[in-house]
Write a protein that binds this ligand. Structure first.
Ligand code: 5AD
Ligand code: SF4
Length: 440
């Protein structure tokens, strides 16, 4: 394909954007594009953006500033903006940065070939609708190429929870679940192409309610059990979940479905009931802890992960101490924490901010505690034998890198092992963000 056009995609934000970027590359494949990892070679540069915090959105505009210079040197290059900034700001992006040729929101990716055709004629193109049709059904069939051993699969999009700080219900819209048969078809297709681990994605994935093969409503647990029947698929994960949708059958699946991995990302955001209420999380700290206790009863070795926001409007030192107490009570294996960022259009945007230096100080204290817990969880793996799904060669000669059941990155000297193999490894040491071990 000597005359194939080249597409460079830069992905910001969450795993759903990673998945969407792959699907957009496939959609543009039908317009004659192949992907490149070198922006200098590209005929189209596509930024798949994130709007969750102000910093994430601002990064996009500074990147677009660089693109403008790039385009001055090569005017034929098309600049496209997708993702949540595209959805939230639409035509405003082209106004702020006229170098942009194409703006497409997350619900319109199946229309990319038509939008690209517009830009080929020298026009700009904009689509930030929420169309009725399922975009994934209208995406071109996935090419039959071999895949990396671990893949994402979006099963649910959007969110109906309306946490007071969050833009997702506005940028990604209302909750929609893909029907079971389409998810199964995509999963089988991935497995045929070498995938051994699938992470089911959704902004509120455990609120999944898809139409089943029997015409009935299926929850996430039932979907997982059905996926577990696929031969060759070894591991299933899902992210991200809400406490109030952690139903009994999903908790039970953690105990009795062997392919469901012992790792759960369950954000709580704060340990203070007052703040949880102001955040509109619709549960208390005690209710969160009781869900955690039930999950641990079902799967005692589960590794827990979470998200936290510090400095939410109204948060006092006492509220923050409640967050630290909750973190101590749960003992996370891994977690993400953020300073509150006011997002225009969300209910909390109107409220008075916590003093920024106070918020910074809280973030540091929280991160110190979380990293202590992460270190301890990693150290606890040393000496243990774990299953590792090998994904790629490491930096050292003969080294392979993979993930354990608990999602730890593991480095092993294993020249004879190939990608996609699952092997038992004895963990010998722990460093800041990964483990090392030897094959047994
Ligand atoms: N400010 C800071 N963090 C936020 N998050 C979502 N919205 C905001 C915001 N306005 C965090 C939450 C969420 C994660 C994906 O991002 O912790 O779980
Ligand atoms: Fe945002 Fe998650 Fe709350 Fe939905 S549940 S509004 S995605 S933080």
């Amino acid at each position: 394909m000597a005359d194939a056009k080249k597409l460079f995609i830069k992905t910001y934000g969450c795993q759903m954007n990673v998945y969407d970027s792959e699907r957009m590359a496939e959609a543009l494949g039908t317009s004659g594009y192949v992907t490149t990892d070198r922006p200098d070679d590209a005929d189209m540069i596509l930024l798949n953006t994130c709007h969750i915090r102000e910093k994430a959105a601002e990064k996009v505009y500074s990147e677009l500033g660089r693109m403008k210079a790039f385009k001055a040197a090569r005017p034929e290059v098309k600049i496209a903006v997708a993702g949540c900034v595209a959805q939230a700001e639409g035509a405003e992006i082209m106004r702020r940065q006229p170098a942009v040729d194409l703006v497409v929101g997350p619900q319109s990716y199946h229309r990319l070939p038509a939008l690209e055709a517009e830009t080929a004629k020298g026009n700009t193109a904009l689509d930030t609708d929420f169309p009725e049709e399922d975009k994934f059904e209208h995406m071109p069939a996935r090419p039959k190429a071999r895949r990396a051993p671990a893949a994402f699969l979006t099963v649910q999009e959007g969110c109906d929870k309306f946490c007071a700080f969050c833009v997702v219900p506005y940028t990604r819209g209302a909750e929609v679940s893909r029907p079971v048969d389409r998810v199964l078809r995509e999963a089988r297709d991935l497995v045929e192409r070498g995938v051994r681990e699938i992470t089911l994605l959704g902004q509120n994935v455990n609120a999944y309610h898809g139409v089943g093969e029997d015409g009935k409503d299926w929850g996430l647990a039932r979907l997982i059990r059905k996926l577990a029947e696929i031969d060759g698929l070894a591991r299933i994960r899902f992210t991200t979940s809400h406490t109030n949708d952690m139903e009994d059958d999903l908790i039970a699946a953690h105990g009795d479905c062997d392919k469901l991995m012992p790792y759960l990302h369950l954000p709580v955001q704060s340990g203070s009931d007052k703040i949880l209420k102001l955040m509109n999380r619709k549960h208390t700290a005690a209710e969160y802890l009781s869900v955690i206790a039930r999950i641990r009863a079902a799967r005692p070795d589960i590794l827990l992960s979470g998200d936290f926001i510090v400095g939410f409007p109204g948060e006092t030192e006492e509220d923050f101490q409640d967050t630290l107490a909750l973190v101590r009570a749960v003992n996370y294996g891994q977690a993400y924490s953020f300073k509150y960022s006011s997002r225009p259009g969300t209910p909390a945007a109107e409220r008075a901010l916590v003093d920024p230096s106070e918020a910074d100080d809280r973030l540091q204290r929280l991160q110190a505690l979380l990293s202590e817990q992460q270190k301890a969880a990693q150290l606890a793996m040393v000496g243990r034998i774990v299953n590792v799904l090998f994904e790629k060669p490491g930096r050292l000669e003969g080294q392979m890198v993979g993930k354990s059941d608990h999602l730890h990155a593991v480095h092993v000297y294993a020249p004879e092992v190939s990608r996609g193999e699952i092997r038992q490894v004895r963990i010998t040491s722990s460093s800041s963000n990964s483990l090392a071990g030897e094959l047994i």
